[in-house]
Design a protein around this ligand. Sequence first.
Ligand SMILES: Cc1cc2nc3c(=O)[nH]c(=O)nc-3n(C[C@H](O)[C@H](O)[C@H](O)COP(=O)(O)O)c2cc1C
Length: 302
Amino acid sequence: MSKQILVLYYSQTGQLEQIVNNFCSPLISAGCEVELVEIIPIEEFKFPWNGARFFDAMPECVLDIPISIKKVALTKDRYDLVIIAWQPWFLSPSLPIISALKDPKIMSVISQTPVITICGARNMWISAHKRIRNWIKDNGGIHVGSLVLRDRNNNLISGITIQYWLFKGRKDKMFGVFPKPGVSDDDIENCKNFGIDAYECLQNDEWNYLQQKWIKQDGISVSKRLMFVEYRAIKIFTLWAKLIRRKQNRKLWINIFRIYLLFALFLLSPIVILLFTLIIQPFFNKSLNKQKDFHEGVNLQP
Ligand SMILES: Cc1cc2nc3c(=O)[nH]c(=O)nc-3n(C[C@H](O)[C@H](O)[C@H](O)COP(=O)(O)O)c2cc1C
């Protein structure tokens, strides 16, 4: 009997959808039955974004407060493999993803089932990944593989180009000189190879070595510097999110957060990265490597 695969995804720009399609194409060619389920917010997030709407999404993402989504209809109760394709928003799983993960049907369908996660991010995904991993564990899923595709350009450059992409709606070279934003075309194309790996594991029902293989192939890679920045940033975002939710004048506070974020990205983070490289990394490299290994890993035990 052909293998039954459920794929849950949300993609606002189409990038993650392309990634998912490439990943799934070898599985479909091999005869697997792939059920693609798109998560659709009742009130769609318009693309391109405007600044006010973009920053307004932060508090609920960070504090795990769901939005309304269209009912997710699954054709089966059990699948041989569940794939969850997700993206981080403000160091947290995106609002459509947060909301889907609270659906009892989705929670129950992963129980005792191999789960692969595929993320398409700029470059800060660690905290959100941890939340997704915990969700899989809490619902009895077997996390057999995790891919994180990212913008490989420098943090400051990708910080500029992602704004151009998300606010102008164009994934091309800003002013003709900056690199293209987001996950590169080559990395998106290469997802077909990860799909072939997944098919082999699915056929043999042997998942033990998949993640190690993907780590070697650079399917997921933690930057220790960005990990250091992100650990601090998520704590500060949580404080901001709680503060903004308490305030009557939300618009004003979102604008203040917006200024803070630009300051943090372009002034604070280079300083933190410099201090990290000079002081922290030389003395704490062993412990940083352990943390890196953890974030690149999966939980094979349900
Ligand atoms: C509101 C918002 C916040 C985002 N925050 C992050 C983030 O914290 N870290 C990151 O690596 N990427 C971030 N991104 C980029 C997305 O994860 C994603 O890669 C990009 O929006 C592509 O969209 P798609 O996956 O919906 O097609 C953000 C995007 C949006 C729209």
